[in-house]
Design a protein around this ligand. Structure first.
Ligand code: PA5
Length: 429
Protein backbone atom coordinates (compact mmCIF):
# COMPACT_ATOMS: atom_id res chain seq x y z
CA UNK A 1 0.00 0.00 0.00
CA UNK A 2 1.11 3.57 -0.65
CA UNK A 3 -0.34 6.75 0.83
CA UNK A 4 0.47 10.41 0.44
CA UNK A 5 0.70 13.04 3.13
CA UNK A 6 0.62 16.69 2.02
CA UNK A 7 0.40 18.31 5.48
CA UNK A 8 4.00 19.55 5.31
CA UNK A 9 3.25 21.34 2.03
CA UNK A 10 -0.24 22.60 2.72
CA UNK A 11 0.90 24.95 5.46
CA UNK A 12 2.99 26.94 2.92
CA UNK A 13 0.21 27.28 0.36
CA UNK A 14 -2.44 29.87 -0.15
CA UNK A 15 -5.72 27.98 0.44
CA UNK A 16 -7.74 29.92 -2.15
CA UNK A 17 -5.19 29.36 -4.92
CA UNK A 18 -4.96 25.66 -4.05
CA UNK A 19 -8.75 25.32 -4.20
CA UNK A 20 -8.65 26.87 -7.68
CA UNK A 21 -5.75 24.63 -8.69
CA UNK A 22 -7.72 21.61 -7.51
CA UNK A 23 -10.44 22.43 -10.03
CA UNK A 24 -7.74 22.65 -12.73
CA UNK A 25 -6.36 19.28 -11.57
CA UNK A 26 -9.80 17.71 -11.93
CA UNK A 27 -10.08 19.11 -15.46
CA UNK A 28 -6.57 17.82 -16.29
CA UNK A 29 -7.52 14.37 -14.98
CA UNK A 30 -10.65 14.46 -17.13
CA UNK A 31 -8.39 15.13 -20.13
CA UNK A 32 -6.32 12.06 -19.25
CA UNK A 33 -9.45 9.92 -18.80
CA UNK A 34 -11.10 11.02 -22.02
CA UNK A 35 -7.93 11.32 -24.09
CA UNK A 36 -8.72 14.96 -24.82
CA UNK A 37 -5.28 16.38 -23.97
CA UNK A 38 -2.17 16.97 -26.08
CA UNK A 39 -0.13 13.85 -26.83
CA UNK A 40 -3.22 11.65 -26.45
CA UNK A 41 -1.70 9.13 -28.86
CA UNK A 42 0.71 8.20 -26.03
CA UNK A 43 -1.75 7.01 -23.40
CA UNK A 44 -0.83 3.35 -23.87
CA UNK A 45 0.64 3.15 -20.33
CA UNK A 46 -3.00 3.32 -19.18
CA UNK A 47 -4.42 0.97 -21.78
CA UNK A 48 -2.00 -1.80 -20.85
CA UNK A 49 -3.35 -1.74 -17.28
CA UNK A 50 -6.95 -1.42 -18.40
CA UNK A 51 -6.73 -4.65 -20.44
CA UNK A 52 -3.79 -6.67 -19.10
CA UNK A 53 -2.10 -8.92 -21.65
CA UNK A 54 -1.51 -12.03 -19.56
CA UNK A 55 -0.10 -13.96 -22.52
CA UNK A 56 2.65 -11.37 -22.84
CA UNK A 57 3.37 -11.45 -19.09
CA UNK A 58 3.66 -15.26 -19.37
CA UNK A 59 5.98 -15.01 -22.37
CA UNK A 60 8.25 -12.59 -20.51
CA UNK A 61 8.23 -14.80 -17.40
CA UNK A 62 9.09 -17.93 -19.37
CA UNK A 63 11.93 -16.19 -21.19
CA UNK A 64 13.27 -14.78 -17.92
CA UNK A 65 13.13 -18.20 -16.25
CA UNK A 66 15.15 -19.73 -19.12
CA UNK A 67 17.73 -16.94 -18.89
CA UNK A 68 17.97 -17.31 -15.10
CA UNK A 69 18.70 -21.02 -15.52
CA UNK A 70 21.71 -20.27 -17.64
CA UNK A 71 23.07 -16.74 -17.38
CA UNK A 72 25.70 -15.52 -14.93
CA UNK A 73 25.48 -11.96 -16.21
CA UNK A 74 22.56 -10.18 -17.86
CA UNK A 75 23.40 -6.86 -19.49
CA UNK A 76 20.67 -4.26 -19.88
CA UNK A 77 21.71 -1.95 -22.73
CA UNK A 78 19.55 1.17 -22.89
CA UNK A 79 19.27 4.80 -21.80
CA UNK A 80 16.61 7.05 -20.21
CA UNK A 81 13.22 5.37 -20.14
CA UNK A 82 14.77 2.25 -21.65
CA UNK A 83 16.62 1.30 -18.44
CA UNK A 84 15.78 3.59 -15.50
CA UNK A 85 12.52 1.86 -14.58
CA UNK A 86 14.07 -1.61 -14.54
CA UNK A 87 17.01 -0.43 -12.44
CA UNK A 88 14.64 1.37 -10.06
CA UNK A 89 12.55 -1.74 -9.36
CA UNK A 90 15.47 -4.18 -9.29
CA UNK A 91 17.40 -2.16 -6.71
CA UNK A 92 14.32 -1.35 -4.62
CA UNK A 93 13.33 -5.01 -4.30
CA UNK A 94 16.69 -6.83 -4.38
CA UNK A 95 18.85 -4.23 -2.64
CA UNK A 96 22.22 -2.88 -3.68
CA UNK A 97 24.56 -5.75 -2.88
CA UNK A 98 24.69 -8.45 -5.61
CA UNK A 99 22.59 -11.33 -4.31
CA UNK A 100 22.90 -14.22 -6.64
CA UNK A 101 22.65 -14.97 -10.26
CA UNK A 102 22.34 -13.57 -12.75
CA UNK A 103 24.13 -10.35 -11.98
CA UNK A 104 22.37 -7.44 -13.71
CA UNK A 105 24.75 -4.89 -15.25
CA UNK A 106 23.99 -1.79 -17.27
CA UNK A 107 25.45 -0.38 -20.49
CA UNK A 108 24.41 1.98 -23.24
CA UNK A 109 23.41 4.66 -20.73
CA UNK A 110 26.50 6.83 -21.37
CA UNK A 111 29.43 6.94 -23.82
CA UNK A 112 32.41 6.05 -21.64
CA UNK A 113 34.86 3.77 -23.45
CA UNK A 114 36.65 3.13 -20.17
CA UNK A 115 33.45 1.79 -18.62
CA UNK A 116 32.83 -0.53 -21.58
CA UNK A 117 36.42 -1.81 -21.51
CA UNK A 118 36.18 -2.50 -17.79
CA UNK A 119 32.86 -4.26 -18.26
CA UNK A 120 34.25 -6.48 -21.02
CA UNK A 121 37.30 -7.26 -18.89
CA UNK A 122 34.96 -8.27 -16.07
CA UNK A 123 32.94 -10.49 -18.42
CA UNK A 124 36.15 -12.18 -19.54
CA UNK A 125 37.31 -12.95 -16.00
CA UNK A 126 36.41 -16.55 -15.24
CA UNK A 127 34.08 -17.45 -12.39
CA UNK A 128 35.48 -18.80 -9.09
CA UNK A 129 34.99 -22.31 -10.54
CA UNK A 130 37.34 -21.42 -13.39
CA UNK A 131 34.54 -21.61 -15.96
CA UNK A 132 33.71 -18.74 -18.29
CA UNK A 133 30.85 -16.42 -17.36
CA UNK A 134 27.72 -17.03 -19.40
CA UNK A 135 26.42 -13.71 -20.70
CA UNK A 136 23.01 -12.62 -22.04
CA UNK A 137 22.27 -9.19 -23.43
CA UNK A 138 19.03 -7.23 -23.68
CA UNK A 139 19.30 -4.23 -26.00
CA UNK A 140 16.40 -1.84 -25.41
CA UNK A 141 15.68 1.09 -27.69
CA UNK A 142 12.25 2.12 -28.91
CA UNK A 143 13.65 4.20 -31.75
CA UNK A 144 16.56 1.86 -32.36
CA UNK A 145 18.70 4.87 -33.17
CA UNK A 146 19.84 6.32 -29.82
CA UNK A 147 23.61 6.78 -30.12
CA UNK A 148 24.63 5.83 -26.56
CA UNK A 149 22.75 2.54 -26.78
CA UNK A 150 23.64 1.82 -30.41
CA UNK A 151 27.42 2.07 -29.97
CA UNK A 152 27.47 0.11 -26.71
CA UNK A 153 25.34 -2.56 -28.39
CA UNK A 154 27.80 -2.67 -31.30
CA UNK A 155 30.64 -3.35 -28.84
CA UNK A 156 28.77 -6.14 -27.03
CA UNK A 157 27.29 -7.66 -30.19
CA UNK A 158 30.77 -8.00 -31.67
CA UNK A 159 32.15 -9.32 -28.39
CA UNK A 160 29.38 -11.90 -28.12
CA UNK A 161 29.80 -12.99 -31.74
CA UNK A 162 33.48 -13.53 -31.04
CA UNK A 163 32.74 -15.47 -27.84
CA UNK A 164 29.75 -17.53 -28.92
CA UNK A 165 29.81 -17.58 -32.73
CA UNK A 166 26.37 -18.31 -34.22
CA UNK A 167 25.00 -18.95 -30.76
CA UNK A 168 25.34 -15.22 -29.95
CA UNK A 169 21.98 -14.51 -31.59
CA UNK A 170 20.24 -16.77 -29.07
CA UNK A 171 21.78 -14.81 -26.21
CA UNK A 172 20.72 -11.40 -27.51
CA UNK A 173 17.20 -10.16 -26.86
CA UNK A 174 16.03 -6.97 -28.54
CA UNK A 175 13.23 -4.78 -27.20
CA UNK A 176 12.11 -2.11 -29.63
CA UNK A 177 9.19 -0.46 -31.43
CA UNK A 178 6.85 -2.71 -33.46
CA UNK A 179 8.44 -1.87 -36.78
CA UNK A 180 11.06 0.30 -38.51
CA UNK A 181 14.41 1.41 -37.16
CA UNK A 182 17.83 -0.17 -37.31
CA UNK A 183 17.13 -2.61 -34.49
CA UNK A 184 14.21 -4.18 -36.34
CA UNK A 185 16.46 -4.68 -39.39
CA UNK A 186 19.01 -6.46 -37.20
CA UNK A 187 16.31 -8.59 -35.59
CA UNK A 188 15.20 -9.69 -39.08
CA UNK A 189 18.75 -10.42 -40.19
CA UNK A 190 20.15 -12.06 -37.05
CA UNK A 191 17.01 -13.63 -35.61
CA UNK A 192 17.19 -12.10 -32.13
CA UNK A 193 14.24 -12.74 -29.85
CA UNK A 194 12.07 -9.63 -30.11
CA UNK A 195 9.93 -7.87 -27.50
CA UNK A 196 7.80 -4.90 -28.42
CA UNK A 197 7.39 -1.43 -26.91
CA UNK A 198 3.93 -0.45 -28.13
CA UNK A 199 3.77 2.67 -30.31
CA UNK A 200 1.47 4.42 -27.84
CA UNK A 201 3.85 4.06 -24.86
CA UNK A 202 6.71 6.55 -24.50
CA UNK A 203 10.08 5.50 -23.08
CA UNK A 204 9.71 6.95 -19.59
CA UNK A 205 6.21 5.44 -19.28
CA UNK A 206 7.36 1.98 -20.45
CA UNK A 207 8.54 0.18 -17.30
CA UNK A 208 5.44 -2.04 -17.27
CA UNK A 209 6.05 -3.22 -20.86
CA UNK A 210 8.83 -5.73 -21.74
CA UNK A 211 11.25 -2.76 -21.49
CA UNK A 212 11.17 -3.06 -17.71
CA UNK A 213 9.42 -6.39 -17.19
CA UNK A 214 12.03 -8.63 -18.83
CA UNK A 215 15.09 -7.34 -16.89
CA UNK A 216 13.01 -7.21 -13.69
CA UNK A 217 11.88 -10.82 -14.15
CA UNK A 218 15.45 -11.91 -14.96
CA UNK A 219 16.43 -10.35 -11.62
CA UNK A 220 14.06 -12.84 -9.99
CA UNK A 221 11.29 -10.36 -9.11
CA UNK A 222 7.64 -11.38 -9.36
CA UNK A 223 6.39 -9.33 -12.32
CA UNK A 224 2.80 -10.51 -11.84
CA UNK A 225 2.74 -8.78 -8.44
CA UNK A 226 4.42 -5.70 -9.89
CA UNK A 227 2.08 -5.45 -12.85
CA UNK A 228 -1.08 -6.26 -10.91
CA UNK A 229 -0.01 -3.82 -8.15
CA UNK A 230 -0.15 -1.16 -10.85
CA UNK A 231 -3.50 -2.52 -12.10
CA UNK A 232 -4.85 -2.24 -8.54
CA UNK A 233 -3.76 1.41 -8.32
CA UNK A 234 -5.18 2.06 -11.79
CA UNK A 235 -8.59 0.69 -10.72
CA UNK A 236 -8.55 2.62 -7.44
CA UNK A 237 -7.70 5.88 -9.20
CA UNK A 238 -10.45 5.34 -11.79
CA UNK A 239 -12.90 5.39 -8.85
CA UNK A 240 -11.29 8.15 -6.82
CA UNK A 241 -7.97 9.93 -7.17
CA UNK A 242 -8.54 12.69 -4.62
CA UNK A 243 -5.14 12.39 -2.89
CA UNK A 244 -3.26 12.43 -6.21
CA UNK A 245 -5.30 15.45 -7.37
CA UNK A 246 -4.54 17.37 -4.18
CA UNK A 247 -0.84 16.57 -4.63
CA UNK A 248 -1.00 17.79 -8.26
CA UNK A 249 -2.85 20.96 -7.23
CA UNK A 250 -0.26 21.79 -4.58
CA UNK A 251 2.75 21.11 -6.79
CA UNK A 252 1.14 23.24 -9.50
CA UNK A 253 0.59 26.01 -6.95
CA UNK A 254 4.29 25.91 -6.00
CA UNK A 255 5.26 25.95 -9.68
CA UNK A 256 3.12 29.03 -10.18
CA UNK A 257 4.65 30.72 -7.14
CA UNK A 258 8.14 30.27 -8.56
CA UNK A 259 9.44 27.29 -6.66
CA UNK A 260 12.23 26.17 -8.94
CA UNK A 261 13.32 22.81 -7.52
CA UNK A 262 11.78 19.62 -6.19
CA UNK A 263 14.33 17.63 -4.18
CA UNK A 264 13.07 14.05 -4.35
CA UNK A 265 14.79 12.00 -1.69
CA UNK A 266 14.66 8.90 0.43
CA UNK A 267 16.45 7.53 3.46
CA UNK A 268 16.59 4.07 1.85
CA UNK A 269 19.60 3.69 -0.48
CA UNK A 270 17.67 1.00 -2.36
CA UNK A 271 15.38 3.79 -3.57
CA UNK A 272 18.08 5.96 -5.11
CA UNK A 273 17.42 4.55 -8.57
CA UNK A 274 13.69 4.94 -8.02
CA UNK A 275 14.02 8.64 -7.22
CA UNK A 276 16.15 8.80 -10.39
CA UNK A 277 13.25 7.27 -12.34
CA UNK A 278 10.86 9.89 -10.90
CA UNK A 279 13.40 12.60 -11.74
CA UNK A 280 13.39 11.53 -15.39
CA UNK A 281 9.62 11.01 -15.53
CA UNK A 282 8.92 14.51 -14.24
CA UNK A 283 11.91 16.26 -15.82
CA UNK A 284 11.34 15.13 -19.41
CA UNK A 285 7.60 15.58 -19.07
CA UNK A 286 7.29 19.00 -17.45
CA UNK A 287 10.41 20.91 -18.50
CA UNK A 288 9.03 22.66 -21.59
CA UNK A 289 8.03 26.13 -22.77
CA UNK A 290 9.90 27.74 -19.85
CA UNK A 291 7.77 25.86 -17.31
CA UNK A 292 8.28 23.20 -14.66
CA UNK A 293 10.02 22.55 -11.38
CA UNK A 294 13.53 21.09 -11.73
CA UNK A 295 13.46 17.60 -10.16
CA UNK A 296 16.58 16.64 -8.23
CA UNK A 297 17.15 13.19 -6.84
CA UNK A 298 18.72 13.08 -3.36
CA UNK A 299 20.09 10.17 -1.29
CA UNK A 300 19.72 10.56 2.48
CA UNK A 301 21.19 10.67 4.96
CA UNK A 302 24.30 10.83 2.69
CA UNK A 303 23.23 14.06 0.99
CA UNK A 304 22.44 15.82 4.27
CA UNK A 305 26.21 16.12 4.42
CA UNK A 306 26.36 17.80 1.01
CA UNK A 307 23.20 19.58 -0.19
CA UNK A 308 21.50 19.48 3.23
CA UNK A 309 22.91 22.89 4.12
CA UNK A 310 21.48 24.36 0.91
CA UNK A 311 18.06 22.88 1.56
CA UNK A 312 18.03 24.16 5.14
CA UNK A 313 19.27 27.70 4.61
CA UNK A 314 19.87 28.40 0.92
CA UNK A 315 17.60 30.31 -1.45
CA UNK A 316 13.96 29.52 -0.49
CA UNK A 317 12.97 28.33 -3.96
CA UNK A 318 12.46 24.62 -3.41
CA UNK A 319 9.99 21.97 -2.38
CA UNK A 320 10.82 18.47 -1.20
CA UNK A 321 9.34 15.03 -1.74
CA UNK A 322 10.27 12.15 0.55
CA UNK A 323 9.69 8.50 -0.30
CA UNK A 324 9.22 6.95 3.14
CA UNK A 325 9.41 3.19 3.72
CA UNK A 326 7.44 2.09 6.80
CA UNK A 327 8.80 -1.47 7.26
CA UNK A 328 12.41 -2.08 6.27
CA UNK A 329 12.54 -5.86 6.68
CA UNK A 330 15.83 -5.55 8.61
CA UNK A 331 16.06 -6.16 12.37
CA UNK A 332 19.70 -5.08 12.65
CA UNK A 333 20.17 -3.60 16.13
CA UNK A 334 22.88 -1.49 17.72
CA UNK A 335 24.56 -3.78 20.22
CA UNK A 336 25.17 -3.09 23.92
CA UNK A 337 28.36 -1.03 24.14
CA UNK A 338 31.33 -2.56 25.93
CA UNK A 339 33.40 0.53 25.15
CA UNK A 340 31.79 3.47 26.95
CA UNK A 341 34.08 6.01 25.31
CA UNK A 342 32.23 5.58 22.00
CA UNK A 343 29.28 7.46 23.59
CA UNK A 344 26.73 5.36 21.71
CA UNK A 345 25.04 3.98 24.83
CA UNK A 346 21.83 5.88 24.19
CA UNK A 347 21.37 3.86 21.00
CA UNK A 348 21.94 0.40 22.52
CA UNK A 349 19.18 -2.02 21.59
CA UNK A 350 17.68 0.29 18.96
CA UNK A 351 17.08 -0.99 15.44
CA UNK A 352 18.85 0.75 12.56
CA UNK A 353 15.48 1.24 10.88
CA UNK A 354 14.21 3.06 13.98
CA UNK A 355 17.30 5.30 14.00
CA UNK A 356 16.93 5.94 10.27
CA UNK A 357 13.25 6.80 10.79
CA UNK A 358 14.13 9.29 13.55
CA UNK A 359 16.71 10.87 11.24
CA UNK A 360 14.03 11.15 8.55
CA UNK A 361 11.45 12.67 10.91
CA UNK A 362 14.08 15.08 12.25
CA UNK A 363 15.06 16.11 8.73
CA UNK A 364 11.47 16.70 7.65
CA UNK A 365 10.83 18.73 10.83
CA UNK A 366 13.97 20.83 10.30
CA UNK A 367 13.32 21.45 6.59
CA UNK A 368 9.72 22.50 7.22
CA UNK A 369 11.01 24.75 9.99
CA UNK A 370 13.49 26.15 7.45
CA UNK A 371 10.62 27.06 5.10
CA UNK A 372 10.58 24.13 2.67
CA UNK A 373 7.20 22.65 1.71
CA UNK A 374 7.40 18.87 2.11
CA UNK A 375 5.40 16.09 0.47
CA UNK A 376 5.60 12.63 1.92
CA UNK A 377 4.87 9.43 -0.03
CA UNK A 378 4.57 6.48 2.35
CA UNK A 379 5.33 2.99 1.09
CA UNK A 380 4.34 0.16 3.44
CA UNK A 381 7.34 -1.90 2.39
CA UNK A 382 9.55 -2.38 -0.64
CA UNK A 383 7.94 -5.22 -2.53
CA UNK A 384 6.88 -5.72 -6.15
CA UNK A 385 3.20 -5.02 -5.52
CA UNK A 386 3.78 -1.67 -3.75
CA UNK A 387 6.29 -0.59 -6.39
CA UNK A 388 3.71 -1.38 -9.10
CA UNK A 389 1.27 0.89 -7.27
CA UNK A 390 3.87 3.61 -6.94
CA UNK A 391 4.80 3.43 -10.63
CA UNK A 392 1.24 3.96 -11.81
CA UNK A 393 0.64 6.63 -9.16
CA UNK A 394 3.60 8.65 -10.45
CA UNK A 395 2.79 8.10 -14.12
CA UNK A 396 -0.76 9.34 -13.58
CA UNK A 397 0.37 12.19 -11.33
CA UNK A 398 2.87 13.30 -13.99
CA UNK A 399 0.29 13.28 -16.78
CA UNK A 400 -2.28 15.22 -14.71
CA UNK A 401 0.15 17.76 -13.27
CA UNK A 402 1.82 18.43 -16.65
CA UNK A 403 -1.57 18.87 -18.34
CA UNK A 404 -2.21 21.57 -15.72
CA UNK A 405 0.85 23.38 -17.10
CA UNK A 406 -0.81 23.14 -20.51
CA UNK A 407 2.08 21.33 -22.13
CA UNK A 408 2.34 17.90 -23.73
CA UNK A 409 3.76 15.53 -21.06
CA UNK A 410 4.66 12.79 -23.54
CA UNK A 411 7.19 14.33 -25.92
CA UNK A 412 10.74 15.62 -25.33
CA UNK A 413 11.50 18.03 -28.18
CA UNK A 414 14.36 19.68 -26.28
CA UNK A 415 16.37 16.45 -26.17
CA UNK A 416 16.80 16.68 -29.94
CA UNK A 417 18.92 19.83 -29.63
CA UNK A 418 21.89 18.17 -27.93
CA UNK A 419 21.61 15.30 -30.42
CA UNK A 420 21.76 17.65 -33.40
CA UNK A 421 24.80 19.47 -32.00
CA UNK A 422 26.52 16.19 -31.08
CA UNK A 423 25.93 14.66 -34.53
CA UNK A 424 27.19 17.86 -36.15
CA UNK A 425 30.35 17.66 -34.03
CA UNK A 426 30.75 14.00 -34.97
CA UNK A 427 30.37 14.81 -38.67
CA UNK A 428 27.26 12.68 -39.17
CA UNK A 429 25.64 13.33 -42.56
O1 PA5 B 1 11.35 8.86 -22.14
C1 PA5 B 1 11.87 8.81 -23.24
O2 PA5 B 1 11.21 8.72 -24.28
C2 PA5 B 1 13.37 8.83 -23.37
O3 PA5 B 1 13.99 8.94 -22.14
C3 PA5 B 1 13.85 7.56 -24.04
O4 PA5 B 1 13.47 6.45 -23.29
C4 PA5 B 1 15.35 7.58 -24.24
O5 PA5 B 1 15.73 8.72 -24.94
C5 PA5 B 1 15.80 6.34 -25.03
O6 PA5 B 1 15.18 6.28 -26.28
P1 PA5 B 1 15.18 4.95 -27.11
O7 PA5 B 1 14.43 3.90 -26.35
O8 PA5 B 1 14.49 5.30 -28.38
O9 PA5 B 1 16.61 4.55 -27.33
Amino acid sequence: MITINVEGALRFADKKSVAQALEQAKEAYRQVLTGAGPGNEWLGWRHLLQSPNDAELDRVERKAAAIREEADVFIVCGIGGSYLGAKAVIEAVNGLIPNGKPEILYAGHQISGRYLEQLIRYLEEPKATGEAKRVYLNVISKSGTTLETAIAFKVFREWMEKQYGDEASRRIIATTGPEGGVLNKMIDERGYDKYIIPNDVGGRFSVLTPVGLLPIAVAGIDIQSLFYGAVKKFRECEKSADDMLEYAALRYHFQETDKAMDVIGSFEPELNAFTGWIQQLLGESEGKEGKGIFPVSAAYSTDLHSIGQMIQQGKRNMIETFLVVEESGSRLTVSESDFKADELDYLSGKEFHEINKKALEGTIEAHIEGGVPVFRINIQKLNAQNLGELIYFYELFTAVYVYMLQVNPFNQPGVEDYKKAMYRNLGKK
